[in-house]
Design a binder for this molecule. Structure first.
Ligand code: ZN
Length: 447
């Protein structure tokens, strides 16, 4: 792998008409230089946008840091943006160690010299012919641990889904994405990311079934059959109906009475396993019932080829061994509660730029903001929190988390007490946007 290199950066002092660009060479000097002076101006008046130029298609935010406020000044990547930088860029990190992924040790996930991401799942993708139940997936995804004592040496299914979501930027939103995040974009990004992730000798993309990816799905099924591999499926659930609760096939979008979705095998799931999964992901199921979008990630057995008795037609079938549900917004942003859904909707309507930190398999005592606003006037980023319950347990958790916020962010964090003010219109105003965003992405006045 090529060694990581400093990229060109852009510093836009917002009172100046044009942004300044600095080559890696120009960034080197730590004393009185145009670069250092520009960073000092940015640091002093807060009205700036600094970005890394490694990938022109994205706005990869940086912020100015200094130990003493006097220099030298440096640029740091915004939290949770490591995976979005080009792999050759010094700001790049394939594993987002600013967020939930720091819960893992290197045996659960690590980036290899050649840029491959090596993961250690808590089950094996390869199934041994002599002992098919060895290292098999658990029936139900385990609940979140209360406390974490040691880093986790294995990644679970929710962790894998969050890894894929975060590394493809699907947990970020910006006003210019409105109308541009379509199913095909989402699925092709997931596939591309998976083509560079390995467990043992299995490349994740080779065993990945994705919604609408007919050709790729057929290839994966044949591969899994020939090489004795489990399949990983990622797809939206079908529109909710009471019949789907009692069914015996995984109700993915595109499933009909007579056929599985595009290029996939029949995905059967025994009823008790499906019921326990629905009970495990209660909030996501409630979201689904109210018409919300829910993503399922499932792992199956090795698919088998069968022949229909009447028609003689050949088809593939496999059993689902474990399924994890994740509610998302219309914009595919993962959500943990319907209150978060209200906040996310309001953020998008107000054309805000934000990130949804993902928890992976981290324990409850690992704190993460519910959202991070990245377009705030006079600030690099501001965390947002939704307090969603008032049980005694939760209030205790809330007190500790408030303390954590105060320590990590001082007074610059925002919160909404959804239990005391459950109606959306009582959400406090979000911190103000930078003028630049107000000007470029004005909010259409409702008539
Ligand atoms: Zn970069």
């Amino acid at each position: 792998m090529t060694r990581k290199q400093q990229s060109k950066v852009c510093v836009h002092l917002l009172e100046k008409e044009k942004p300044y660009y600095f080559s890696p060479e120009q960034q080197k000097s730590t004393s009185d230089s145009f670069f250092q002076n520009s960073l000092k101006l940015a640091w002093d008046n807060h009205h700036y946008i600094a970005t890394c130029c490694c990938d022109q298609a994205q706005e990869l935010k940086l912020y100015v840091r200094s130990n003493k406020g006097s220099g030298p000044f440096t640029l740091c990547r915004n939290p949770n943006t490591g995976p979005r930088h080009k792999s050759s860029c010094a700001y790049h990190s394939r594993v987002n160690t600013d967020g939930g992924a720091k819960t893992y040790s290197s045996s659960a996930v690590r980036e290899e010299e050649d840029g491959t991401l090596r993961i250690g799942l808590d089950f094996s993708l390869r199934v041994s012919a002599t002992d098919p139940e060895r290292a098999a997936p658990a029936t139900v995804h385990p609940p979140r641990e209360r406390r974490q004592l040691n880093r986790l040496g294995k990644m679970k299914m929710l962790g894998l889904l969050h890894l894929l979501w975060e590394n493809t930027g699907l947990n970020e939103w910006a006003p210019w994405l409105q109308g541009n995040r379509r199913l095909t974009t989402v699925m092709s990004r997931l596939h591309k990311e998976a083509s560079n992730i390995k467990q043992g000798r299995t490349v994740l993309a080779d065993v990945l079934l994705l919604q609408g990816n007919e050709h790729g799905n057929k290839k994966a099924v044949n591969y899994a059959c020939a090489k004795s591999r489990r399949l990983i499926v990622i797809s939206e659930l079908n529109e909710w109906s009471p019949a789907l609760i009692a069914g015996n096939s995984l109700p993915l979008t595109g499933t009909t009475k007579s056929a599985p979705p595009a290029g996939m095998p029949y995905l059967t799931i025994d009823n008790s396993r499906w019921e326990s999964s629905l009970a495990r992901f209660r909030r996501d199921v409630a979201w689904w019932q109210r018409g919300g979008k829910v993503i399922a990630i499932a792992v199956t057995d090795v698919p088998v080829k069968k022949t229909a008795q009447k028609s003689g037609r050949e088809y593939f079938s496999t059993c689902v061994r474990q399924v994890v549900l994740m509610m998302v917004s219309e914009r595919w942003i993962p959500l943990e509660s319907s209150y978060e859904g209200i906040v996310e909707e309001k953020l998008a309507k107000e054309r805000r730029q934000f990130t949804k930190p993902l928890i992976y398999d981290s324990a409850e005592d690992q704190y993460h903001p519910d959202f991070i606003l990245t377009d705030v006037n006079g600030s690099d980023f501001v965390p947002l929190e939704v307090w969603g319950r008032d049980t005694e347990d939760y209030l205790q958790h809330r007190a500790v988390k408030e303390e954590w916020y105060q320590q990590a962010f001082g007074d610059s964090w925002w919160s909404w007490d959804a239990v005391r003010h459950p109606r959306g219109e009582e959400i406090p105003t979000f911190p103000q946007r930078k003028e630049y965003y107000e000007f470029r992405y004005p909010i259409e006045k409702e008539s």
